[in-house]
Every structure is written in C-alpha cells, then in structure tokens.
Write a protein that binds this ligand. Structure first.
Ligand code: HEC
Ligand code: HEC
Ligand code: HEC
Ligand code: HEC
Ligand code: HEC
Ligand code: HEC
Ligand code: HEC
Ligand code: HEC
Length: 338
C-alpha cells in the first residue's frame, strides 16, 4: 500500500512539475539568446543576480542552431560533432534546469540502482548508466540524441520529453524499465465507489477541486477542476497523449511510425452541429472543454466509475469498452458523417 501511494504521489508530482525556465521571449540587451547559448555556464548566476529573467533562458531542444548549448560548437564539415561541454551530464543540464527542482520530482538522480534493477534494464539504459558513471543521471530517462539530430525531430510530436525507449502509452511504462511493476500496482482514479457501494469522495479530488454535488450538477459547466486549462492534463500524467482515434497507440501496437489526426482541437461548425444532433438523439453527453470549446479526452471517454453519475446520460460509457461514450465505431459517427 505504501508503494502504491508513493507512486501516486510521484505521478501527481510529475503532473504538477512547474516549469523552471521558459523560452526566450525577447532580446535581452547584451544577453541575447546567442550569447547565452555560447555561455550556458553563466546562466544560473545571471538568473540568481536578477540580470536575466527565466523567460530569457533559451530552449536548445529540437532545433538545429543551438547545438553549442551542450556541445563545444556546431557540427564540423563532414558532420563530426564536437564533444560535450562537460563530461558531467547533470551539470550540463543543470546550467539551465534547477537541479533542486528536478530532484524534487524526478528522484534517484545520483543514485546507484540496486542489482534487481540492473537485471531488468534494457541495454540502452545500461549503456546510459555506464556513461553516467554507474549512477542515475538525466540521460537515463531523457535520450538526448533524439532532440539532437534533425532527421529525428518528427519524434517531438509523439515523445516531447525525449524519453528513452519512448514514446510510451502509459507513463509508468518508462518507470518499469527499472522498477518492478509488481511493486507498483497502478493507482486507479477511476475506482470511485467503495466495495460497500459508497461514493469514495476522496477520489474526486484527483480531478475536481471540490466534490461535485451529483444531484445538482447538470453538466460539465457546473463542476470545477484541479487544472485551469488544458483539461487533458488531468489524464496525461498516466496516459500520455498520442493522437489515436483513427491512428494507433504506438507502444501497444508496436507501431511507432503510426500517428493520426490530432483530435484535441475546436470542432469546426459542421462537426459541432452533428455532435449536438447526436447528443440529442443518443442521450449521451459529449462535453467540450468549457474555456476553449476544444475536444478533450472526456469528450470521448467517461472517466467515472459506473453509478457515480446521477443522470443516466452522464453515466454512459463508464466502465465500458475503453470507457468510450459510444461504441468503438459509433463514436466516430458522433462527429463524422461517414
Ligand atoms: C541539451 C543538450 C544538447 C543539445 C542542445 C544537443 N546535444 Fe547532441 N548530445 C547531447 C548528449 C547528452 C549526447 C549524448 C552523449 C553521450 O551519450 O555520450 C549527445 C549526442 C549527440 C550525437 C551522438 C549521437 C549518438 O547517437 O550517439 C550527435 C551526432 C549529436 N549529439 C549532435 C548534435 C547536434 C547536431 C546538435 C544540434 C542540432 C546537438 N547535438 C544538440 C546533448 C545535446
Ligand atoms: C541552454 C539552456 C538549457 C540546457 C543546457 C538544457 N536545457 Fe532543457 N530546456 C531548456 C528550456 C528553456 C526548456 C523549455 C522549458 C519550458 O518550456 O518551460 C527546456 C525543456 C526541457 C525538457 C522538456 C521538453 C521541452 O521541449 O519542453 C526536457 C525534458 C529537458 N529540457 C531536459 C534537458 C536535459 C536532460 C538537459 C541536459 C542534457 C537539458 N535539458 C539541457 C533549457 C536548457
Ligand atoms: C527516472 C527518470 C528521470 C530522470 C532520471 C530525469 N527525468 Fe526529467 N522527466 C522525467 C519524467 C517522467 C518527466 C515528465 C514529467 C511530466 O510529465 O510532468 C520529466 C520531465 C522533465 C522536464 C520537463 C518538465 C516540464 O514540465 O516541462 C525537464 C526540464 C526535465 N525532466 C529535466 C531533467 C533533468 C535536468 C534531469 C537530470 C537532473 C532529469 N530530468 C532526470 C523523468 C526523469
Ligand atoms: C533509470 C531507472 C529508473 C527509472 C526509469 C525510474 N526510476 Fe524510480 N528509482 C530508481 C532508483 C535507482 C531508485 C532508488 C531505489 C533504491 O535505491 O531502492 C528509485 C526510487 C523511486 C521511488 C522511491 C521508492 C522506492 O521504490 O524506493 C519512487 C516512488 C520512484 N522511484 C518512482 C518512479 C516513477 C514514478 C518512475 C517513472 C516516472 C520512475 N521511478 C522511473 C530508478 C528509476
Ligand atoms: C480522472 C478524473 C476524474 C475523477 C477522479 C472524477 N471526475 Fe468527475 N469529471 C471529470 C471530467 C473530465 C468531467 C467533465 C466531463 C463530464 O462531464 O463527464 C467530470 C464531470 C463530472 C460531473 C458532471 C457530469 C455531467 O456531464 O453532467 C459530475 C457530476 C462529476 N464529474 C462527479 C464526480 C464525482 C462525484 C467524483 C468522485 C467520486 C468524480 N467526478 C471524480 C473527471 C473526473
Ligand atoms: C493516476 C493515474 C490515472 C489518471 C490520472 C487517469 N487514469 Fe485512466 N486509467 C488508469 C488506470 C490504472 C486504468 C486501468 C484501470 C481501469 O480501467 O479502471 C485506467 C484506464 C483508463 C481507460 C481504459 C483503458 C483501457 O485500455 O481499457 C481510459 C480510456 C482512461 N483510463 C481514460 C482516462 C481519462 C480520460 C482520464 C482523465 C480524465 C484518466 N484516464 C486519468 C489510471 C489513470
Ligand atoms: C475523438 C475521440 C477521442 C478522444 C478525444 C480521445 N480518445 Fe482515447 N480513445 C478513443 C478511441 C475510439 C479509443 C479506442 C481505440 C481502439 O480500441 O482501437 C481510445 C482509446 C484510449 C485508451 C486505451 C488505449 C489502449 O491501449 O487500448 C486510452 C488510455 C485513452 N484512449 C486515453 C485518452 C486520453 C488520455 C485522451 C486525451 C488526452 C483521449 N484518449 C482522447 C477516442 C478518443
Ligand atoms: C468529438 C468529435 C469527434 C469524434 C468522436 C471523432 N472525430 Fe475525427 N475529427 C474531429 C474533428 C473536430 C476533426 C478535425 C476536423 C478539421 O480540423 O476540420 C477530426 C478529424 C479527423 C480526421 C482527419 C481528416 C478530416 O476529416 O479532417 C480523421 C481521419 C478522423 N477524424 C477520424 C476519426 C475516427 C476514425 C474516429 C473514431 C475512432 C473519429 N475521428 C472520432 C472530431 C471527432
């Protein structure tokens, strides 16, 4: 039980990981993005002295013109790459990423994995471990060459944090490269009714910031959430998003090239009218994100346990196949006129 809770805490922590730095917004006087990229080891002290703002720290990832943030220069003719600025990986990243903030959420940096982890780790994890001096460093989980080489940049869409061995359908699949899945039974926020058949209101707080009063609430507009915007964040900590309706789930199908149309967008007028019609006809709900009118995860999936919803229309799909609000094929017809 302790381990289950720890994992839940870790995932909540990860989901709430706040950005310590952001993309350079504007020209910072003498401290231009170019100058900072050329002198990354000065960045932390310039920040500490208040000479530059967080927003000015340049983002070197997934681009062709910032190799010098980590390597001693750009590629030479013939493509040969100069060595890294420092052999100390954590120090290299620590130029821009506050190590204390990273450590707070992403544990185990600097630790030596126990033998049972070594038996489980795939070869490229073992190689990264050796590269880091047999202790956990940033490159254990983040596979930097993914964001180094232009031909691999399309991976950004499906694996934005360049996870080693990714993209992962479930975030915990990254964890299981080292941890024993048996010890980490996944925390299940969809389990919302106790064995005695009572509502487990503690669970509501996983997504809502107050327990919705089921008999009063009439729609998504009457409930509030732990996140202010981008409601998919309620889900992506455990189910990292890859566009999937009409596409495929990469690791579950083994097809990493897959893909498919991104559905998390505002439906055009024609589709929206069809949705409204289908909602009237089928008696199910297909809520859009209130702030933006975008389609989000719960437009298609019902995250609640069966019986939590008081109104039958909002109960449809709960605990059903993939928690879909309509059948696997019918769901497409709710929006598309095929
Ligand atoms: C955020 C830091 C960072 C940036 C920016 C970066 N690299 Fe790297 N690069 C690394 C690290 C770390 C490694 C792995 C070195 C190791 O494992 O010894 C690496 C490895 C490489 C390798 C070896 C690939 C392999 O499979 O072993 C090449 C080639 C490379 N980088 C090219 C580039 C180029 C070109 C750019 C700019 C377009 C770039 N890198 C930008 C950190 C970076
Ligand atoms: C020159 C500064 C700099 C260096 C060096 C650097 N980063 Fe970053 N990194 C950034 C910035 C800026 C962002 C964007 C943060 C944001 O959007 O809030 C970022 C974002 C990230 C992200 C999130 C992915 C993304 O694109 O937003 C990861 C993961 C990451 N860095 C890991 C690393 C690792 C691991 C290293 C060391 C090999 C490293 N970084 C070195 C500045 C840097
Ligand atoms: C044990 C695996 C692991 C290690 C080791 C690790 N990370 Fe990460 N990192 C993650 C995971 C998982 C996330 C995704 C968190 C999320 O989804 O909010 C992440 C996210 C990040 C982000 C993006 C945060 C954001 O919300 O934009 C940055 C930056 C980052 N890591 C930097 C680092 C640096 C620097 C190191 C080394 C000091 C490091 N990481 C070591 C697993 C790891
Ligand atoms: C690269 C290997 C690696 C990966 C990947 C990894 N961890 Fe760990 N983790 C460790 C090591 C090493 C320790 C220290 C364990 C020890 O010494 O027994 C640790 C410790 C922990 C602990 C402290 C409790 C314990 O079991 O000792 C938690 C919680 C944890 N990890 C969660 C996660 C989560 C969540 C993920 C995925 C996002 C993850 N880990 C991914 C290597 C890893
Ligand atoms: C995993 C996240 C999650 C958890 C946990 C959760 N909810 Fe929700 N809830 C949502 C989302 C997303 C919506 C908006 C979509 C919708 O209307 O179903 C929502 C909407 C609702 C609605 C309005 C439904 C409608 O359309 O009329 C009620 C009522 C509700 N939740 C009650 C609860 C109660 C009670 C609990 C705890 C037992 C709970 N929720 C736990 C994510 C969650
Ligand atoms: C803390 C982790 C966690 C969060 C956050 C979470 N889930 Fe889940 N989810 C699980 C677990 C564990 C299961 C498997 C158990 C089950 O089906 O009840 C699951 C199952 C599912 C399934 C069924 C998958 C299948 O293969 O049958 C869907 C769909 C789903 N979740 C959607 C969502 C949506 C939508 C949200 C956000 C509103 C969300 N989840 C938030 C952990 C999580
Ligand atoms: C437009 C509708 C739609 C949206 C939006 C959507 N999904 Fe799905 N999702 C589906 C369908 C359809 C399937 C079933 C695919 C299948 O079985 O072939 C599915 C499957 C899943 C599964 C099960 C994966 C598996 O391996 O079987 C999970 C988990 C899931 N979705 C989570 C999410 C999350 C999280 C989001 C938001 C970030 C989301 N979905 C957004 C339609 C949608
Ligand atoms: C909640 C409504 C909704 C559902 C459910 C839905 N879609 Fe979509 N779909 C959209 C929207 C909105 C677009 C973007 C249309 C645009 O940008 O013009 C889209 C785009 C697409 C596209 C890209 C081509 C095009 O017409 O623009 C395909 C292919 C697609 N959907 C397939 C599917 C499949 C297969 C399913 C069922 C598994 C599905 N969709 C379920 C709303 C939905």
């Amino acid at each position: 039980m302790v381990k289950v809770r720890l994992l839940a805490a870790a995932l909540i922590g990860l989901a709430g990981f706040t950005h310590s730095v952001a993309v350079a917004a504007s020209d910072g006087g003498p401290y231009t993005a170019e100058a900072l990229l050329e002198n990354p080891d000065k960045i932390l002290s310039l920040l500490a002295e208040g000479v530059i703002e967080f927003e000015q720290v340049p983002n070197p990832h997934w681009r062709t013109d910032a190799c010098n943030a980590c390597h001693m220069g750009a590629a030479a003719a013939g493509g040969k790459m100069p060595p890294l600025r420092t052999e100390d990986i954590d120090g290299l990243c620590g130029n821009c990423h506050d190590p204390s903030m990273v450590a707070e959420y992403i544990h185990a940096v600097g630790m030596e994995p126990p033998d049972e982890f070594l038996d489980r780790m795939p070869d490229d994890f073992l190689a990264a471990l050796e590269r880091g001096g047999q202790v956990i460093t940033c490159i254990m989980c983040h596979d930097l060459p993914l964001q180094c080489e232009e031909k691999r940049f399309p991976q950004q869409e499906i694996n934005p944090f360049f996870f080693r061995g990714g993209p992962y359908t479930e975030r915990t699949d990254l964890c299981f490269n080292c941890h024993d899945p048996e010890d980490y039974e996944r925390y299940n926020p969809h389990d919302q009714v106790t064995d005695e058949g009572e509502l487990d209101t503690e669970q509501c707080f996983f997504c809502h910031n107050t327990t919705p009063n089921r008999t009063v609430v009439r729609s998504i507009d009457d409930v509030s959430f732990n996140v202010a915007e981008e409601l998919e964040k309620l889900c992506t900590g455990c189910h990292p998003y890859q566009p999937h309706p009409g596409g495929s789930w990469f690791s579950s199908t083994g097809n990493r090239e897959g893909g498919g149309p991104n559905h998390l967008k505002v439906p055009p007028e024609k589709i929206r009218r069809r949705m409204e019609k289908m909602v009237r006809e089928t008696g199910a709900v297909m809520p859009l994100e209130p702030e933006t009118g975008r389609i989000f995860c719960a437009t298609c999936h019902n995250p609640h346990e069966r019986g939590v919803q008081y109104y039958p229309r909002a109960d449809v799909g709960a605990d059903g196949y993939k928690r879909l609000r309509r059948g696997k094929f019918e769901i497409c017809m709710a929006c598309h006129d095929l």
